[in-house]
Design a binder for this molecule. Structure first.
Ligand code: SAH
Ligand code: MG
Length: 217
């Protein structure tokens, strides 16, 4: 297996300036995990926002000559809407709508990742209805409602190849720390018997597929 390298200083500086929700220690763990799962295939990220986690995943994809597909409708989750806790008014477009797609493109260009990372603008569950490609890894960091998290788990975890990674962000053990939907899909993945815990950092959980998905043979 190829050795795991750390993010270049330039990318550490860049990622620090990108708006988003990926603490550095968790990003570093994400970068390392992704290097161990990318083997020249495709990985999917759900929840691009402005591309902070996409830089960690995208750099790992580049190192392993793989492709990262990053999915987001770019309208923000509930907590990003006006009046909510994580609303950023600088991300409202000229048409009055919340829109992070320009920031994502800017981040990918700055990171020189435009040849490696392929953004898809759309609802993750809609894209999952026609997706048909086995994946080296899936990173779930999209909507945090029960319904959204469940749909992402059901629509995307099945495509992770045996030996590939399912990585979930914002897994909190108690309601005081944060919403429980990501924690519930993490539990569902373990309870399925198809995944085993491989690593963790902060609220990031790395699972590895140990049994084929019954849905995908
Ligand atoms: N990974 C990012 C943070 C993602 S925030 C970082 O490192 O900073 C969650 C993102 O998920 C938001 O941009 C929101 O627009 C997106 N999202 C929420 N529900 C979604 C859905 N059903 N389909 C696609 N994107 C969704
Ligand atoms: Mg998150």
């Amino acid at each position: 297996m190829s050795s795991i390298v750390s993010l270049s200083e330039d990318l550490v500086d860049l990622v620090d300036r990108v708006k988003g929700f990926m603490p550095e220690a968790e990003g570093i763990a994400l970068h390392a995990a992704a290097q161990s799962y990318f083997t020249g295939g495709v990985g999917v990220e759900i929840g691009s926002y402005c591309g902070k986690s996409s830089v960690y995943l995208g750099d790992a994809a580049r190192l392993r000559e793989s492709t990262l597909v990053t999915i987001d409708h770019h309208r923000g989750s509930e907590e990003h809407q006006a009046g909510w806790e994580y609303h950023d008014p600088s991300l409202v477009g000229a048409d009055g709508r919340f829109d992070t797609v320009g920031e994502l493109r800017h981040t990918l260009a700055e990171a020189e990742l435009e040849d490696v990372v392929v953004p898809i603008i759309g609802r993750s569950a809609r894209i999952a209805t026609w997706w048909n490609t086995e994946l080296d890894l899936v990173f779930i960091d999209g909507g945090h409602t029960e319904e959204a998290a469940r749909a992402d788990y059901e629509g995307w975890a099945r495509w992770v190849r045996v030996g590939g990674g399912l990585i979930i962000h914002d897994v909190f053990l108690t309601e005081d720390e944060g919403g429980q939907a990501p924690h519930r899909i993490f539990r569902a993945a373990l309870d399925s018997g198809e995944f085993a815990e491989a690593a963790e950092a902060g609220s990031l959980r790395v699972l590895e597929r140990i049994k084929p998905s019954p849905s995908n043979g």
